[in-house]
Design a binder for this molecule. Sequence first.
Ligand code: ITT
Length: 190
Amino acid sequence: MQLKSLIFATNNEHKANEIRHILGDKFIIKTLRDSGIDIDIPEPHATLEENAREKSSVIHRLTGGDCFSEDTGLEVTILNGAPGVKSARYAGDEANFENNIIKLLKELDGISERQAQFRTVISLVLDNREYQFEGICPGKIIEAKRGSQGFGYDPVFVPEGADKTFAEMTIGEKTMYSHRKKATEKFIAF
Ligand code: ITT
């Protein structure tokens, strides 16, 4: 069988490593950097679905080939789904993982209801048609950071059924629970 090579329209190497781990040797995954494409694709929309579509369609127009993207948000129940689609820029346009977490913990200070979920939407462009796959990982936000693996909000998120935060897990352990894994499994089945 010839391996299928696919462009993953992302500049986030952490995501790419997780997806490579999940896909194993089924596909060769190339990030934008691997493909020599140096752009920061805008994410102007109000939903993960529209932003994911924006990223895959921009790269499809640019390359003319099959590709996929994903948009992920952390949705905290008591915050009405925030930071959600704004997860990357929760603490402002120049925000990084660290100050996004500080802002989140501040918003939840003194609140015992800490239910949250990560939601990933993958957008695949294949033979000029778009398909989407969703994956959800329920869990909770803890009160202080734990662990140094992973990225983003991983140090404060404990998935349902686990004691460790995502940042205390290896990629293999995170994959057992993750939103990205669930969305990618639907993509593989398709
Ligand atoms: P691309 O758009 O280039 O793919 P990005 O980092 O901008 O990369 P998103 O907009 O999808 O990606 O992600 C929004 C933010 O959500 C991201 O910057 C992290 O802070 C957070 N995030 C996404 N997936 C996560 C995960 O598995 N664990 C922890 N935080 C995550």
